[in-house]
Design a binder for this molecule. Structure first.
Ligand code: GP9
Ligand code: MN
Length: 412
């Protein structure tokens, strides 16, 4: 009921670290493009195979953007859809199944709903069947005007591989759509080619495979390289279309591509044993924001995660996250931002430690801190964050949130 929500709001308020005042509203009215980079993990950035960079484009682009190199994905079994859920709602996904399937018709206070009242056109682009992950049911409740899906793209045998349309073709057709879209827009784009089992046409393989003997790991670098090159092409197309200077670009790796079943091969790749600490470090996925007028980039080492993306974007566009919606995350650019991330399995990551499987590790050295536990207030905060978010979802508590904007369903 609404008193239960009031309790949760108190918790949220006590963990609110405010916003970056200098950036507040600095990009009001600009377009936003948020790109889901399928299965992309941090460890491939800067890596070389036989002298060739796996991600030459991103290695450059991260230097021209605000790049967060300790961004941890917080997804569960809902994979891509969990990342979408986190990013649009600043709520945690559930611990079993996918919230896109279990609770699509709840009341949400998602970014697109908020931006629509500011005159934004809101959309998602993904060249897959509209019902995959129940997206066509979920998106209207997040406030999307339009879902450009499989039916909106020209897909031929020559332009598809593995799961569907190749990323290069996806981006090319998507930019053509974006040119005619009402502005400003908030548009999410979901890539697909770098998906397990990382298949690629031989002609698109422009980097050598690894040779660990584990096909998944060995092929991964080839589809990552393909994704990287398609992003380069996308940015070039954005520049050519004239949209680039009017658009904030956000990119995030949605979740791991290499599961822990491949730890043996991964320890060959990284040259070290994959301890529980290293396993958590492998859950870092690239996250960057590029501002329309940005001249120089910066790598930010703060510990961050998907939960913080929504408040960060809202602040840039002049919406006060704390006044528009209920968010478990905080603006990552806020001077008082507190480095504290909870993964869906209950793992805690702070600037100082990683607590996982009831073991403590020094976050910087990976050394096990034998016999130590996190401070009680940290354990309490982690547990409450997940529990309160679960309660909001299972009891549809945002029905009681005082909404100052229209969340009427739209047809996708
Ligand atoms: C499917 C795509 C991949 O549309 O988002 O889903 P995943 O298996 O990564 O969750
Ligand atoms: Mn995915």
């Amino acid at each position: 009921n609404d008193s239960e929500l009031a309790g949760i709001q108190n918790f949220i308020r006590s963990n609110d670290t405010g916003v970056n005042a200098e950036l507040h509203g600095k990009y009001k009215g600009k377009n936003v493009v948020v790109i889901s980079l399928e299965s992309l993990q941090d460890f491939v950035l800067g890596m070389k195979v036989n002298g060739k960079e796996v991600t030459p484009f991103l290695n450059q682009y991260t230097k021209q953007s605000y790049f967060f190199d300790n961004f941890y994905h917080q997804t569960g079994q809902g994979k891509t859809s969990d990342a979408e859920f986190l990013i649009d709602n600043s709520l945690y996904p559930t611990d079993r199944g996918a919230v896109f399937f279990t609770n699509p018709t709840n009341t949400y206070t998602a970014t697109p709903s908020i931006l629509r009242k500011d005159g934004y056109y809101t959309s998602v682009m993904h060249a897959n069947n509209a019902s995959f992950w129940n997206r066509n049911m979920m998106y209207p409740h997040l406030g999307y005007d339009r879902f450009y899906n499989e039916k909106d793209y020209k897909i031929t045998p020559d332009t598809s591989v593995g799961w569907g349309l190749k990323d290069e073709n996806f981006f090319e057709q998507s930019v053509n759509i974006m040119k005619t879209m009402p502005q400003p827009f908030y548009n999410r784009m979901i890539t697909l080619t770098n998906h397990y089992p990382f298949e690629l046409d031989p002609k698109d393989q422009t980097i050598d495979k690894l040779n660990t003997g584990d096909a998944t790991v060995d092929n991964y670098v080839t589809t990552v390289h393909y994704l990287d090159q398609s992003l380069k092409q996308f940015i070039d197309e954005m520049k050519a279309s004239g949209l680039y200077d009017k658009t904030i670009i956000v990119m995030y790796g949605d979740h791991y591509g290499i599961s822990e079943n491949h730890n043996a091969a991964m320890s060959k790749v990284l040259g070290k044993e994959i301890t529980p600490y290293e396993h958590i470090q492998l859950q870092r996925t690239p996250f960057l924001i590029h501002f329309p007028d940005q001249k120089t980039g910066e790598t930010i080492h703060k510990v961050t995660g998907d939960i913080n993306v929504k408040p960060t974007i809202l602040n840039l566009l002049g919406e006060d996250p704390a006044k528009t919606s209920l968010n478990f995350g905080n603006d990552m650019f806020a001077p008082n931002y507190k480095q504290f991330v909870v993964l869906r399995d209950g793992t805690i990551v702070t600037d100082k430690y990683i607590y996982t499987g009831e073991k403590m590790y020094d976050r910087l050295t990976g050394k096990e801190l034998v016999g130590q536990k996190p401070p009680k207030e940290d354990l309490d905060k982690a547990q409450k964050s997940l529990k309160y978010s679960d309660d909001i979802i299972s009891k549809d508590l945002l029905r009681f949130y005082k909404i100052k904007y229209d969340v009427v369903d739209t047809k996708s």
